[in-house]
Design a protein around this ligand. Structure first.
Ligand code: ME8
Length: 522
């Protein structure tokens, strides 16, 4: 059995419809999950919706509906977005599901058994939008004296009886964790920020609420529901079988396991301070890495409902294509940094890389073979030149780079490596000019076409995690069987096997149409 790999996105608040930031996170995580599967790993990939808490309860009240009905409606949009964007999740979890309630109560009881929970009275600042407590010293003042959180959201003074988690007892243990596992928080800038925060001292955390009841019930404490982040973070182990399925836990959530959380930069504190402290308290294994990606901005501006610039990812996907959107988001934005998107940028990127460079390379080569060799595969054995060997070794070298870049969560670098290989193929086809060899040296023409066929097949396999539908369609045209569409398969003698089976190529259909912007947007 191959080594397990667990990867998760944050679970989204379904208090509204998904936006492009949500799409970005699931697309990036999906590409990494697909990549790891193609490396032969036993992957568990989970995403879903975070349905409890005051924000959901208030939004539902504002719409005159029950929180559960709001969650049902909106969670459906998140699931539909995942399916529409071709996200290969293994589980779409909803925190309102019974097994998740059971897991949350079990981790609570484990923390309680460890002496880390006590009943007290909370008095302090709370932001409903962030579902977060803040210290006075973190706040700023906005218009009309309104106190604001570091995220710029309004906070309100809250007083209620509450259970507390002894977070203060974990300061040193957390600092030891960051020191012994330097990659635990990535990228490094976020790690530094969290280390400063923990070094500044940790207060105990209020972990239950009594002013509303939309949440997981605190075991043995009537009237208390868990603070939404306690149950939200627990979703990761619910999906791994906690607390009932020990076999599944051993597979996907074990000591030293390869467990990665992909989340946005605004919630790194919850994942790298609270979550490992809860897990340590419950004597459960820790994740290996938390990666805080950047934010996606609309033409450089923060998206907000009041600015009216919140893009619907499904609308963009319908307009430009799912793979085009996936490719754009992963290539344009360095993973970890903020990035900007606009219709022009999607069109420009898709046209230059997918339509003009890769699509055109495949289209030119395959239609030439279909036409001039009647679909018979070119015979490559006649004369291998230095240029042929060089091209294939460039392609393979760049694919090996792509592999290590995807493995270290740098998909935009991986795509750049891939594009360098595509450029090398285009330079090769121009220099070798197979169309002018047709009359003068047909054997050499075939050798050139065979080299290109191999290169295109390998490039199509390599880019599968990013543009699965189009790359698979191309691989179907090329006759490359599904069982070798992975990084190991690239190293097999697949071309030889296709020639021996007398595979015939039918005239190809273009895979990446040139996109255009309506006049008013251009
Ligand atoms: O934070 N660009 O849910 P959420 C990129 N329920 N990513 C963005 C973004 C943007 N403009 N806006 C949001 C929550 N995100 C909690 C998580 S996990 C146990 C609980 C990211 O719906 C955000 O950083 O507000 C987060 O990772 C995810 O979208 C869900 O955000």
């Amino acid at each position: 059995m191959s080594k397990p790999y667990t990867i998760t996105t944050a679970i989204s608040y379904p208090n509204g419809r998904p936006h492009i930031g949500h799409a970005y996170e699931v697309i990036a995580t999906d590409a990494i999950a697909r990549f790891q599967r193609m490396m032969g790993r036993d992957v568990f990939f989970q995403t879903g919706t975070d349905e409890h808490g005051l924000k959901m309860a208030q939004t539902a009240r504002g719409r005159n509906m029950e929180p559960r009905a709001l969650a049902d409606e909106m969670s459906g949009y998140f699931k539909a977005m995942n399916d529409g964007l071709n996200i290969s999740y293994d589980r779409f979890i909803r925190t309102s599901e019974p097994d998740h309630h059971r897991a949350s109560q079990a981790i609570w009881q484990a923390m309680e058994a460890n002496g880390d929970l006590y009943l007290g009275r909370y008095e302090g600042w709370y932001s409903v939008r962030d579902e977060a407590f803040y210290d006075e010293k973190e706040l700023t003042e906005g218009e009309g004296g309104q106190k604001l959180s570091p995220q710029g959201t309004p906070v309100e003074w809250t007083v209620e009886e509450s259970w507390f988690f002894r977070l203060s007892a974990y300061q040193q243990k957390l600092l030891d964790l960051y020191a012994s596992q330097p990659d635990f928080i990535q990228p490094d800038s976020r790690r530094n920020e969290i280390m400063r925060f923990v070094e500044g001292g940790l207060s105990d955390l209020s972990v239950s609420r009594t002013s509303f009841d939309w949440g997981v019930k605190v075991p043995g404490s009537d009237g208390h529901v868990m603070y939404v982040w306690v149950d939200a973070l627990t979703n990761y182990i619910t999906g791994c079988g906690y607390p009932d399925d020990a076999e599944r836990m051993a597979r996907y959530w074990s000591e030293g396991g390869d467990i990665t959380h992909i989340i946005g930069k605004d919630i790194v504190r919850f994942h790298t301070v609270y979550w490992p402290a809860f897990l340590m308290s419950a004597r459960l294994p820790l994740p290996k890495q938390v990666f805080g990606h950047g934010f996606l901005l609309n033409r450089g501006e923060k998206m907000s409902k009041s600015l009216g610039n919140v893009a619907d990812p499904m609308e963009l996907a319908e307009r430009f294509g799912v793979d085009q959107l996936r490719y754009f988001l992963l290539s344009e934005v360095t993973f970890g940094n903020d990035g900007s998107y606009s219709a022009e940028a999607i069109v420009a990127r898709s046209n230059s890389d997918l339509a003009n460079s890769f699509g055109n390379l495949a289209q030119r080569t395959l239609s030439f073979i279909a036409k001039n060799l009647e679909g018979r595969l070119p015979w490559g054995g006649s004369s291998e030149t230095r240029e042929d060997i060089e091209l294939l070794s460039t392609v393979r070298r760049e694919i090996v780079s792509l592999e290590s870049e995807f493995a270290s969560l740098a998909p935009s670098d991986g795509i750049q490596s891939w594009m360098r290989a595509v450029f090398a193929c285009n330079a090769y086809i121009d220099a070798q000019a197979p169309w002018s060899l047709r009359k003068t040296d047909p054997a050499r023409m075939e050798a050139v076409l065979a080299v290109l066929y191999v290169a295109i097949g390998e490039l199509a396999v390599a880019i599968l995690p990013v543009i699965p539908t189009s790359a698979n369609a191309l691989l179907d045209q090329l006759g490359i069987p599904p069982n070798i569409r992975n990084y190991q398969g690239l190293r097999s003698q697949w071309y030889q096997a296709l020639v021996e089976q007398s595979f015939t190529l039918t005239p190809p259909k273009p895979l990446f149409p040139r996109l255009e912007l309506p006049v008013e947007e251009a």
